[in-house]
Write a protein that binds this ligand. Structure first.
Ligand code: ZN
Length: 303
């Protein structure tokens, strides 16, 4: 009886990266522009991109010339969410972990995904949310599921009128929302329930109405509006910016953000494990393509 301690051979899966630079990093007038560059796949976030993001944020934090960080996505959409089906999906690839965690690819059963998501989703997002410089997410088009996590870790969100937000993982996979469970903090209670239970798209305008988004501008003014705020923040006292963002982050902690996320992360993984037991796949075989198709149908009210 192994009592679950046995290690397994890492699964060999072909990974084809379409680029070796999924993130572009530029510093313009004390602002680091961190841009996701997988527009062919609507900036679907694979591990390669996650670690490149972490590198970029780290670089921006360590560079004293950088005073503000903007997170952007190249192309039509900000982010289609976590990579669940491109040739560059690298679930079974081991990256050098940034948190104090063991390898995931040689772990059996639910331990593999639990370890990977502790690091790549929950852990990384918490780390980025606490970056000691102000951050702005610049969002256009889709900001779906994993994409929400990237926007939510930023201090401010500037969106274009065509932006929309969505977490469809309950309707699609029976999972209560994405791993970085900030829903109860980003959205008023009943709106959060609607958002999660129905999984429908939410317009930038509606998100702005209750404060999830700070500013909504026409698509062609998005970069300019973001750069204008970044310039203002860059002119502020450096330590003041850090303390000010931390003060609100601390209030969120007093309201239980970390504990709520920990609790829901475990429900999230109970749901992954349940899916695996029942269907043999932790995300019930949903791929990026099938998710988009189901989503389209649901959006059109065809069930
Ligand atoms: Zn997950």
């Amino acid at each position: 009886m192994s009592k679950g301690n046995d290690l397994v051979e890492p699964k060999q899966v072909d990974i084809v990266y379409e680029t070796d630079q999924p993130i572009r990093y530029e510093v313009i007038d004390h602002v680091a522009w961190v841009t996701m560059t997988r527009p062919t796949f609507n900036n679907a976030q694979n591990g390669q991109m996650t670690y490149a993001l972490d590198d970029a944020f780290n670089r921006a934090v360590k560079d004293d010339d950088v005073r503000v960080i903007v997170l952007a996505g190249e192309g039509k959409h900000f982010s289609a969410g976590h990579d669940i089906g491109t040739p560059g999906r690298d679930l079974h690839h081991e990256f050098d972990k940034r948190l104090m965690l063991a390898p995931h690819t040689n772990k059996p059963g639910a331990e593999l995904l639990y370890t990977r998501e502790q690091e790549q989703y929950l852990g990384m997002c918490r780390r980025w949310r606490d970056i000691p410089k102000p951050t702005i997410a610049m969002v256009q088009g889709a900001c779906i599921a994993g994409g929400l996590m990237l926007a939510w870790v930023c201090d401010l969100i500037v969106a274009s009128e065509d932006a929309f937000f969505q977490d469809p993982v309950n309707p699609l996979m029976g999972i209560p929302g994405v791993e970085y469970f900030a829903h109860g903090f980003e959205l008023p209670t009943r709106v959060a329930k609607e958002f999660l239970l129905l999984g429908e798209r939410m317009s930038a305008e509606r998100a702005h109405s209750f404060g999830m988004v700070n500013k909504v501008v026409p698509r062609e003014e998005l970069r300019e509006a973001t750069a204008a705020w970044a310039a203002k923040l860059a002119a502020n006292p450096r330590l003041g910016n850090w303390l000010t963002k931390q003060s609100i982050n601390h209030v969120e902690e007093l309201r239980g953000k970390r504990s709520a996320m920990d609790a829901v992360f475990h429900m999230h993984h109970f749901a992954h494990a349940h899916n695996d037991l029942v269907t043999g796949d932790s995300i019930v075989g949903v791929s990026g393509k099938s998710a988009a198709a189901t989503n389209k149908k649901q959006q059109a009210g065809e069930g």
